[in-house]
Design a binder for this molecule. Structure first.
Ligand code: SF4
Length: 328
């Protein structure tokens, strides 16, 4: 514990050269169902983030109440953001969860009428808003409550069936504004799922959640993401078919993106678990971090429904020219 307390003084939000990120509150060691996790409760200065250089991304504003994610996906695009904060080991992304405990108050203040233009807000663009920590802190629920009250359009992307806890709010939101609660399902293969997304809800349960949301009148789509060469690529059509059966309002395939910081982590895992695939990955990702997705979208959204954001802002995705814009 002492070692950790020493380490915290070196984290970026306490650094004298980077004073602006967070104000550290307290460090909480998880117990019971949160055993193995450490929560770093911080006060953020702002909560709505404007995406710089958004390019073709269908959203401009995001909220991420948590940093780090104990779902532990081996390919997680957001891992380098933890290194940026000052956490040294890549695995700390899975266990050291930064919790912006004042997130709800900040959303309330930043979306006050007269101050905010009612733009679409995307959640789940960096870390999962319904990761296990949400069961304890309920920040996403609080944020959604504010957005519903303000009739502010929003979209959520998650892998967690915990989102169904807030079904009542989503139903109310869908009556008032443009919303979308989408699930990321990269594979239905049990082994690949267990190996690559060890602490996420079963993909089948996620598809059940998609069905339940749509039955309740809440638009819910599926991101088939990320598609892992040699591991899940052959099952993409199966996921798309299952998503359609679940009534998904939109289905997008996204190939694995291995940016620096993620690539080393993923390739290390690949070498240990699938050495036969290492050569192919080296070749595929030798001079690029992204592969283009096959250009297809199935079960597209109705004109009245918002387009979902991709799982993470700069993941590769390839959509038809006619892709409707996210409502704003
Ligand atoms: S659920 Fe999303 S944010 Fe969480 S570890 Fe997996 S890819 Fe990363």
């Amino acid at each position: 514990m002492f070692a950790k307390l020493v380490a915290v003084s070196e984290l970026r939000w306490r650094s004298s050269t980077q004073p602006g990120l967070f104000q550290l509150g307290r460090r909480v060691v998880g117990r019971g169902e949160y055993r193995g996790l450490t929560f770093w409760e911080v006060e953020a200065r702002t909560i709505i983030n404007r995406v710089p250089n958004r390019g073709s991304l269908p959203f401009e504003f995001t909220i991420n109440a948590y940093r780090g994610c104990s779902h532990g996906c081996i390919y997680c695009f957001a891992r380098p953001t933890h290194t940026y904060l000052g956490f040294e080991k890549p695995e700390e992304f899975d266990t050291e969860i930064v919790v912006k405990i004042n997130a709800v108050e900040l959303v309330e203040a930043e979306t006050r009428p007269g101050r905010w233009g009612g733009h679409h807000i995307a959640m789940g663009t960096n870390t999962d808003p319904y990761q296990p920590a949400e069961g304890r802190y309920k920040l996403t629920r609080g944020i959604v409550e504010v957005l519903v009250e303000r009739r502010n359009p929003f979209s959520i992307l998650t892998k967690s069936t915990l989102a169904l806890r807030d079904l009542d709010l989503f139903v109310e939101a869908a009556r008032k504004t443009a919303v979308s609660v989408d699930f990321s399902v990269g594979t239905l293969d049990e082994e690949v799922w267990r190996q690559t997304e060890p602490d996420t809800p079963h993909p089948g349960k996620r598809l059940e959640a998609v069905a339940r949301l749509n039955q309740a009148g809440v638009p819910s789509g599926v991101l088939v993401a990320p598609i892992l060469p040699g591991l899940s690529e052959d099952g993409v059509d199966e996921v798309i078919a299952a998503a359609r059966r679940a009534g998904a309002t939109h289905v997008y395939p996204i190939m694995l993106h291995l940016r620096p910081g993620v690539k080393e982590h993923y390739m290390g895992w690949l070498e240990r678990t699938h050495p036969d695939l290492v050569g192919r990955y080296r070749e595929l990702y030798a001079h690029r971090s992204r592969l283009r997705s096959r250009n297809r979208r199935r079960g597209g959204p109705s004109p009245n429904r918002p387009t979902p954001p991709p799982a993470q802002p700069t993941l590769p995705f390839s959509l038809p020219e006619s892709r409707p814009r996210t409502s704003k």
